[in-house]
Each structure stands twice: as C-alpha cells, then as structure tokens.
Design a protein around this ligand. Structure first.
Ligand code: FPP
Ligand code: MG
Length: 298
C-alpha cells in the first residue's frame, strides 16, 4: 500500500502544475516511509488513510529539507542533499511548498486529524529551534535533550499513530504512547549511529553531531562518567573540527565507560514498552515495526 502513498504524493505535486517543482520532487530520496507504514498498519488503506500518510510524509520531507539547510548538511540518505545540489534558497522554498500543500490537503481530511498533525508540526518547529539553541552551548542536561528530541522527532510519529487511530475509530491513547516511544527511540538510535557508523554507512561524517555542537545523549552520559580533567578536555572539543586523534580519544572514552550499550538499553526499554502495549492491543504488526527500529545497524 506504500505505492498508493507514493502515487498520492506525486499527484499532489503534479497538481501544482509546475515542472520545476516536480523535478525537485524527483530528486528527493524517498527514505524509509516509517510514518506512512505506521499509519497504514494502524488504520488500513482507505482513501483518507492513504492521504493522511502522504501528507505526513510530505511534512516530514519538508522538515528534512529545512533541517539540512539549518545543519549545513550536504548529504541526506547517502545522496547529495537538495541544498548541496541547488543551494539553500530552492531547498527552503521547496520545503515551504511541500508543507503548505500538505496543509492544504490536510484541511479536507478530518478536523481532529488536522488538529493532531498541525499541533505536531508546531512542536517539530519548536524542537528544531531548541536543537539549535542547545547546540550553542555544551549541554549536559538530559531532560532538555529528551524534551528536544520529543519535539523534534517523536511528536510527528506520535501524531501519526494518534491520527491513524482516530481514522480507524480506535482508542488513540495506547497508539500515542507507542508512537512517542518509537519516535524517542528512533532519535536516540540516530544519535548513536552518528557515533558508531562510519561516514560511508551513515552518509555523513562520523561524530558530526558533536562537531556541530550537538551534545546528544552519549555525550551527556560520557561527561557524567569522566573525571574532572577529562571533562575539561571533552568540553574543549565541543563544536570544533575534530582531528583523527581527538575522535579516537572520544571513541576510547565511550568504550571505556560503556556509553553506547547504556544509551542503546535506554532506547530498547522504550521499544519494549511499545511492544508490550501493542501486544496488549492485539497489534502484532506494530510490534514488528518497533522491533525493526531497534535492529537498525548501530
Ligand atoms: C532532523 O534532526 C530534524 C527533524 C526531525 C525536524 C526538523 C524540523 C524543522 C526544520 C522544523 C520545520 C518544519 C517544517 C514542516 C518545514 P537531525 O538533524 O538530528 O537528524 P538528521 O541526522 O537526520 O539530520
Ligand atoms: Mg540534521
């Protein structure tokens, strides 16, 4: 049914009647379509469901276009990002087109669904702003990190699950929690991958987040585990272009203090909670999606 989502997105873009926009659209890497999969698994494949899935994927794609400009990223999903190919201005404006067209279509779906999705996009934008603000300083506050990843990533996944439950006349509550946990775990794993994957596997340089100023969970835990002089050293490396030996030192410290398994266990416990929620609701297929998330190569 994912192909129906792809077709719907294509129709929305073709409806804009602008070949240049369609060309930009064709340059977008399609990604895993996690949010669309989730919506269809919860709500089936009715017309409104497919449209909601297409709308959410367009919003997600728009947010990544903007994020790559904000992060100055020249790769996305192992391909050159649109900002790298065409510059920041087309990437920003194409993002604007994608998400405003998505909202235009959302208005016709269902009032409750529209409120849930648009509310999440407000969160998403607040989360991105908070990500940028947090990366200006060396952040050691775990709560601030969790709140930021909830807003930046989990809110739209939570809203996707809730909107799908509403469309399917199911009790939205367990689906919300499922989506939230999945989203938090997804971002935690993404942040781990920045440390554990090499540039080739991940499509962006390793330890890129820290060089960019982002103190993700592994750095917060590492800082807590280090002694005074090593804490000073870690702080001094924050938001700098790391040399090979500095990268090695960070990796050594991560290994010595078992930081990667600690963060992974935290993501896994969120996933385990979602799996048991969905098993209780008789939604085996949703447990599978959650399991796949944790089984991403990290
Ligand atoms: C990726 O984070 C970023 C997000 C999940 C959210 C981005 C949100 C905005 C730019 C707000 C604007 C919203 C719209 C709809 C235009 P990351 O940089 O940690 O992940 P990455 O490694 O995949 O880049
Ligand atoms: Mg980014």
């Amino acid at each position: 049914m994912l192909s129906a989502v792809e077709r719907t997105m294509e129709q929305y873009i073709l409806g804009l009647d602008d070949p240049e926009i369609f060309q930009l659209y064709q340059r977008l890497p399609s990604g895993k379509r996690l949010r669309a999969k989730l919506i269809i698994k919860i709500a089936g494949n009715g017309m409104k469901v497919i449209k909601t899935a297409a709308i959410v994927e367009m919003i997600h794609a728009a947010s990544l276009l903007h994020d790559d400009v904000i992060d100055d990223a020249d790769m996305r999903r192992r391909k050159p990002s649109l900002n790298a190919l065409y510059g920041n201005k087309p990437a920003i404006m194409f993002g604007d087109i994608l998400y405003s067209k998505a909202f235009f279509e959302l208005a016709d779906i269902d009032r409750r669904v529209a409120r849930v999705i648009s509310g999440a996009v407000v969160q998403l934008s607040q989360g991105e702003l908070s990500d940028v603000a947090l990366s200006q300083k060396f952040n050691t506050d775990q709560q601030k990190y969790m709140r930021m990843i909830y807003q930046k990533t989990a809110s739209l996944i939570e809203a996707s699950a809730e909107a799908a439950a509403l469309l399917a006349d199911k009790d939205p509550k367990p689906y919300r929690v499922y989506g939230r946990n999945l989203g938090l775990a997804f971002q935690m794993i993404d942040d781990l991958l920045d440390i554990t994957s090499d540039a080739l596997t991940l499509g962006k340089p390793a330890l890129h987040d820290f060089a960019e100023g982002k103190c993700t969970l592994p750095y917060i835990y590492l800082y807590e585990a280090l002694d005074g002089s090593d804490q000073v050293k870690l702080r001094s490396l924050h938001a700098t272009q790391l040399t090979g030996s500095q990268q090695q030192w960070i990796m050594q410290m991560m290994h010595r203090h078992h930081i990667i398994p600690k963060c992974f266990a935290q993501a896994r416990s969120l996933i385990d909670e979602s799996i048991s929620l969905m098993n209780d609701a008789g939604e085996g297929a949703l447990s599978k999606i959650a399991r796949e998330m944790i089984e991403r190569e990290y």
